[in-house]
Design a protein around this ligand. Sequence first.
Ligand code: ATP
Length: 230
Amino acid sequence: MSFSGEPILDIRDASIFQEANTVLSNINLQVGKGEFVYLVGRTGSGKSSLLKTLYCDLPLRMGSIKITGFQIESIKRKDVPMLRRKLGIVFQDFQLLPDRTVAENIFFVMKATGWKDRAKMKSRMQELLMKVGLGAVSTKYPHQLSGGEQQRVVIARALVNEPTLLIADEPTGNLDPEVSDGIFKTFESINNSGTAILMATHDFKLIENYPKRTITCINGQLEDSAAVTA
Ligand SMILES: Nc1ncnc2c1ncn2[C@@H]1O[C@H](COP(=O)(O)OP(=O)(O)OP(=O)(O)O)[C@@H](O)[C@H]1O
């Protein structure tokens, strides 16, 4: 694919490993600012490993990756939190702190990323909950929310620092179809306000209903729907 500006994600001749095994070999991928891209492939094909490499949870041992301005192959350990601040990361299992309220869960990330002004934190938190379609839930604990509501809180939390790229690994994996659809629309509205989204999913119904550029992990390679149709 070609872009008018610099891509927000630029993978060049990278290989992705899990211990001694090569999961993906010599892959190339460019994602433009504000794009919405699905990442699909059979179980074990390497989707999560690729995403983990992007946010430095797995080391990049071969090739180069530039993401939101950071060069992964040469990134210093001290810069990893800064990279993760520029990315929003959403997983399938909601990963909220169970013993803290929704507000405290969001404040926790804010404090960890340098927010100090209590009034600003509160208003940002309320703005984010509105954005993901949640009403007055800030004083509730995760167990008092449905799975879909918890996932919305996780999305709100991922948006705290206005990421330019949101990475989502099976964000609708544990949700029933109607709830998934609502969550997906939330991602779409986030994307419409300019955030690029890279979403690993098994949810082919979603892809059928909302077709977008799709990258498939297959036989250790990436297949790009855009390359097929271009
Ligand atoms: N922590 C780990 N240690 C060793 N090998 C791993 C680890 N995690 C994954 N793998 C292996 O790496 C390969 C790719 O797994 P990965 O989780 O990236 O696939 P995936 O496409 O995300 O699968 P799924 O759709 O089931 O989530 C698989 O062969 C898997 O067994």
